[in-house]
Design a protein around this ligand. Structure first.
Ligand code: MEV
Length: 442
C-alpha cells in the first residue's frame, strides 16, 4: 500500500462500532489481513496452545487481555495505528485524544539512537587495577574482533560489537565496603533485535580472554538493562488554540501542563506517577508487540534516577504561544527475535503498526509515551482526571455487574449521570433495566 496516499490513522466513530466491526473496518481498509484479524479474534489462533507451551515452562493455559487501537498518530510525517494491550480503562481513549491534538499541530517528531545493547563483564580478584585496565584497553580491537567473529550474521547486517569500555567500581569515595573490581562494557549494535541473547552470548564468549588479559576472575556476564545508549527522543509543539478544553482556554491548559511538569521535576513522588503515565502507553505497545517490557521498565526508572534523584522522563514548557513537550528515555525494543516469530497475536499487532525497524518502533513508542503523558497532565492540570476516567471506568463496572452488549452503555450512562460508579449500584440499575424476573409459576 502507498502509505503516503492511503494510510491514515484517523478513525472517526471507531469507538462506537462493535469489536468485530472494528476489526472488519481495518481489514476493509487493507490495514490487517484476514489471518491477522483471525489471530486477534480467536484466542486459539492468537496463541495456539502448542506455541504457548514452547514459550515458557509448565504451561497450563493462556491468559487474555484486550487489544485496543491508539488512533490519530502522526510521527515524523507518517501515519500509525498503534496496537495497545492493557487492562486499564481510559488509556487508549486518552492517548488517541492527545495524538489528535498533536496531529493538528503537525504531529510528533521522534528520533531513536542506534540499537546499542551493552553487555557487562565483572572482573574481580585483581592485584593491579591500572595494569588490568591498560591490558584490556590495549586489546580493545582484538576483543571486538573476537566478539564479532562469534556473530558474523549480525556483522553482515551492519551490526556487531562496536565499542569496549572499562569502568572501575568499589574504588571511589570514602573507604568502600566493596572489593575493587572492573566492569568491562561491550557495546553491541543489535540492529533490529532487542539484543539480550546476542549480547549475553558475546560476553560469555569473551570471559576467558578477559581473565587471561587481566589475571583476574570473571564473575557476572550479562547485559545491562540501563540502555542509556539506546534512547528515544520524541517531541511536539502545540499552538495554544488546539489545547482549549471544556471550560478552559488554551493558555490555561498549557500553564496547567507546565505546572504539572515542574511539579514532577522538583518532586520524586510526583515524578514517579508522571512516569507511570508515560509507561501506561509505552508498556501497552510493548506487550502488544512482544517486547521485554520488564527490561523497558527497569531501564526507564534507572535512567530517570541517573543523577541521584528520580526525574520525569518527559518535560513541558511554553515557547511564545505554544506548548512544547519532549521525552527522552531508553527504549530497547526489537522487531525480530523473542516471541515475535512465535506469537501470531504479536505478529498481527506488528502488521497493524507497520513499522520496518526496531528504531522506527522505538520512535512510535516514544511518541506514544509523550502523548500519554500529555493526556494525563492536561486533564490533571485542568478538569481533573476523574471526570473522563469515571465515564470509561463505569463501562467496566457495568460489565462486572453482569451487563451485556447494549446494556453496558445504558448502565454506565446511568452511573455517570448520578455520579455513582459503584458495583452495587450498577447491579441495581441493571436489575431495574431488565425488569422483574418472570415467576416460574406464571
Ligand atoms: C494513571 O494510570 C496514570 C496517571 O496517574 C498519570 C499521571 O498522574 O500523570 C493519571
Amino acid at each position: 500500500m502507498n502509505n503516503m496516499t492511503r494510510r491514515t490513522s484517523r478513525l472517526p466513530g471507531f469507538y462506537r462500532l462493535g469489536v468485530a466491526q472494528r476489526r472488519q473496518l481495518l481489514v476493509d481498509r487493507g490495514l490487517l489481513d484476514g489471518a491477522h484479524a483471525g489471530a486477534l479474534a480467536h484466542p486459539e489462533q492468537g496463541l495456539p496452545e502448542h506455541v504457548a507451551d514452547k514459550m515458557i515452562e509448565n504451561v497450563i493455559g493462556r491468559f487474555s487481555l484486550p487489544v485496543g487501537v491508539g488512533a490519530n498518530f502522526l510521527i515524523n510525517g507518517r501515519e500509525y495505528l498503534v496496537p495497545m494491550v492493557v487492562e486499564e480503562p481510559s488509556i487508549v481513549a486518552a492517548v488517541s485524544h492527545a495524538a489528535n491534538i498533536v496531529r493538528g499541530a503537525g504531529g510528533f517528531w521522534a528520533q531513536a539512537d542506534r540499537s546499542i545493547t551493552t553487555g557487562q563483564i565483572q572482573v574481580f580478584g585483581l592485584h593491579d587495577l591500572d595494569a588490568a585496565e591498560s591490558a584490556l584497553l590495549a586489546a580493545r580491537e582484538d576483543l571486538l574482533a573476537f566478539a564479532n567473529a562469534m556473530q558474523p550474521s549480525m556483522v553482515e547486517r551492519g551490526g556487531g560489537a562496536v565499542e569496549l569500555e572499562v569502568r572501575r567500581l568499589g574504588t571511589q569515595g570514602p573507604p568502600s565496603r566493596f572489593r575493587p573490581m572492573l566492569a568491562v562494557h561491550i557495546h553491541v549494535d543489535a540492529c533490529d533485535a532487542m539484543g539480550a541473547n546476542l549480547v549475553n552470548t558475546l560476553v560469555e564468549g569473551l570471559a576467558e580472554r578477559v581473565e587471561a588479559l587481566t589475571g583476574g576472575t570473571v564473575g557476572l556476564r550479562i547485559l545491562t538493562n540501563l540502555a542509556d545508549r539506546r534512547r528515544v527522543r520524541a517531541g511536539c509543539r502545540i499552538p495554544f488554540e488546539l489545547l482549549r478544553w471544556q471550560e478552559f482556554d488554551g493558555p490555561t491548559v498549557a500553564r496547567g501542563v507546565v505546572m504539572a511538569s515542574e511539579f514532577a521535576e522538583c518532586d520524586p513522588w510526583r515524578a514517579t506517577t508522571h512516569n507511570k503515565g508515560i509507561l501506561n502507553g509505552v508498556d501497552a505497545v510493548a506487550v502488544a508487540t512482544g517486547q521485554d517490557w520488564r527490561a523497558i521498565e527497569a531501564g526507564a526508572h534507572a535512567f530517570a534516577s541517573l543523577d541521584g534523584s528520580y526525574r520525569p522522563l518527559a518535560l513541558w514548557h511554553i515557547e511564545e504561544d505554544h506548548l512544547v513537550g519532549e521525552l527522552d528515555m531508553p527504549m530497547a525494543v526489537g522487531t525480530v527475535g523473542g516471541p515475535i516469530r512465535l506469537h501470531p497475536g504479536v505478529q498481527a499487532c506488528l502488521a497493524l503498526l507497520d513499522v520496518h525497524s526496531a528504531r522506527e518502533l522505538a520512535c512510535v513508542m516514544g511518541a506514544v509515551g509523550l502523548a500519554q503523558n500529555l493526556a494525563a497532565i492536561k486533564a490533571l492540570g485542568s478538569t481533573g482526571i476523574q471526570r473522563g476516567h469515571m465515564a470509561l471506568h463505569a463501562r467496566s463496572v457495568a460489565a462486572t455487574a453482569g451487563a451485556r452488549d447494549a446494556e453496558v452503555e445504558r448502565v454506565a450512562a446511568e452511573m455517570v449521570r448520578t455520579g455513582n460508579i459503584r458495583l452495587e449500584f450498577a447491579r441495581k440499575v441493571l436489575d431495574d433495566l431488565r425488569g422483574p424476573t418472570p415467576s416460574p409459576c406464571a
